[in-house]
Design a protein around this ligand. Structure first.
Ligand SMILES: C[S@@+](CC[C@H](N)C(=O)[O-])C[C@H]1O[C@@H](n2cnc3c(N)ncnc32)[C@H](O)[C@@H]1O
Length: 469
């Protein structure tokens, strides 16, 4: 649930030897809107006033220079980091010692000792944040805590009301969100007795406040050797799916570092990649989506019809062949009863984006006799053990299998269109923003479904044409 965080000295060493070609890639850059005067003046104009004392405080607390090339500003993504001096690819642009990172071990032992084993690191770190929020100006972390966003400005779906969540009911993200909300509520119940034991610190903490702290951790924390860590300053980086820049951790030197993956001019917003995340994942954990996100994927469910007289045989066959090798090479794996579908770039290409395992399932579901099923089992044994991975010899049946998928996709497309049409104007600013997020999110998933549907339609037509020749 966090941005990916590469740990270990070895990975760190290889990261700074990044090949030079990485610097010439084309990527999205956000520039601040400066006037025409020279850049040092412009950069100074752009410094985020609210964070004026933040970097000097962090420098003093750590006893080390954090960054001499980045300054804190604001972009359309909220608080952001900008180059204030020229940066070359390969430069180390930021170093944050572990000693000034917040982690679950910052929780006082008297509180920690009361927590059960079932309480995870995110909940523990959320408690650390709650504690320092309560201390206010008296907290030694106040300059950092005061820079964290207010709950009203965060839009992760775990913070959406039941009414708002209905807008995305059509997507698997709806159920993912409910599951995640359930986990947060469970964690809150598990720590409630600790909150009650320390009324001087936690008096009146509500589930809503806990959720806020929990989502602060999920949207800004990195998995680390300390479990999960909040890395002040590094968590002002915004996300760009095309960036190759990660936050790296060197356990030997006890420091987190960022190495630039390309050149930046003063005034450029410096962006990193949190991970290769779909929009569902971005919206659940971070509260935003990326239009035309190249890592986007939609969960599609296809079930065996229970009234099929071969139902039991088919399930048995599928069960016997559901081994780890069913995973597709491109990691488009089958997930429980769902399949993750990505955009199919060309309707006349190979159909990359539709998992092979989904097409295999459709081939099995279309069999009408035990003999056909046996033939598939035999073919799998003679090949690599995977079931129905090659087109069926019976071309009609191959068309039928893909028509079955096509009708499933068409049905989903109709439902997505209806869901999009039902999103009507709303008056409150927060709700309007979330409605726009829902609209953009569903539009992205619809685009994927339509691309897969066009490919399936084209595949069936091509097979039929070959048959009639
Ligand atoms: C790690 S914080 C980055 C700093 C943040 N902008 C701030 O104001 O403190 C992650 C949050 O930044 C915002 N964000 C980051 N990248 C974004 C992007 N590409 N588009 C929109 N919002 C983004 C989202 O609100 C996300 O939850």
């Amino acid at each position: 649930m966090f941005m990916q965080f590469v740990t270990g000295f070895q990975i760190y060493s290889s990261a700074i030897q990044r090949p030079l070609w990485a610097t010439s890639r084309c990527r999205i850059r956000t520039r601040c809107n400066f006037s025409n005067s020279s850049y040092p003046h412009q950069v100074l104009q752009y410094i985020d006033e609210e964070c004026g004392d933040f970097l000097p405080w962090l420098r003093q607390k750590s006893g080390a220079e954090i960054s001499s090339v980045l300054s804190i500003g604001k972009s359309i993504y909220g608080r952001s980091l900008f180059a204030c001096k020229p940066i070359q690819a390969g430069d180390c642009i930021l170093k944050v010692p572990y000693s000034v990172q917040l982690a679950p071990d910052n929780l006082h032992p008297s509180i920690n000792s009361l927590l059960g084993e079932d309480v995870g690191n995110v909940a523990k770190l959320a408690l650390v944040i709650l504690l320092h929020q309560r201390f206010g100006e008296a907290s030694e972390w106040a300059p950092y805590i005061s820079c964290l966003p207010r709950v009203e400005d965060m839009h992760s779906t775990v913070l959406w009301s039941d009414e708002e969540l209905k807008m995305i009911k059509i997507s698997s993200l709806y159920h993912e969100t409910l599951k995640h909300k359930g986990q947060i509520e469970k964690d809150f119940s598990s720590i409630k007795h600790v909150l009650d034991s320390f009324p001087e610190y936690f008096d009146g903490v509500t589930l809503h406040e806990f959720k806020h702290a929990y989502n602060l951790v999920e949207s800004r924390g990195w998995v680390s050797t300390r479990g999960v860590s909040m890395i002040p300053f590094a968590d002002f980086f915004n996300h760009d799916a095309n960036s190759e820049t990660d936050v790296l951790s060197d356990d030997f030197k006890q420091v987190s570092e960022v190495i630039a993956d390309e050149n930046y001019a003063p005034g450029d917003e410096v962006l990193i990649r949190y991970g290769k995340f779909s929009n569902a994942r971005l919206l659940l954990d971070f509260g935003f989506i990326i239009p035309r996100n190249k890592y986007d994927q939609v969960k599609v469910e296809v079930n065996a019809p229970p009234n099929d007289h071969l139902h039991a045989l088919k399930l048995d066959l599928l069960h016997r062949h559901t081994t780890p090798s069913l995973k597709d090479v491109n990691d488009l794996s089958s997930q429980e009863n769902g399949f993750m579908v990505m955009e199919v770039k060309s309707s006349s290409g190979k159909g990359r984006g539709i998992p092979q395992s989904l097409r295999a399932l459709a081939r099995v579901l279309c069999c009408t006799s035990p003999q056909e099923l046996q033939d598939l089992a035999m073919e799998a044994t003679q090949n690599d053990g995977r079931l129905a991975r090659i087109p069926l010899k019976n071309r009609d049946r191959e068309v039928e299998a893909h028509q079955l998928l096509h009708s499933r996709f068409s049905h989903m497309i109709e439902n997505y269109k209806a869901a999009l049409e039902s999103l009507t104007h709303h008056s409150s600013e927060k709700h309007r923003r979330r409605m726009q997020l829902a609209r953009d999110f569903l539009t992205g998933e619809l685009r994927i479904l339509e691309s897969a549907s066009s490919w399936l339609k084209n595949y069936c037509q091509t097979l039929k044409q070959r048959e009639s020749v």
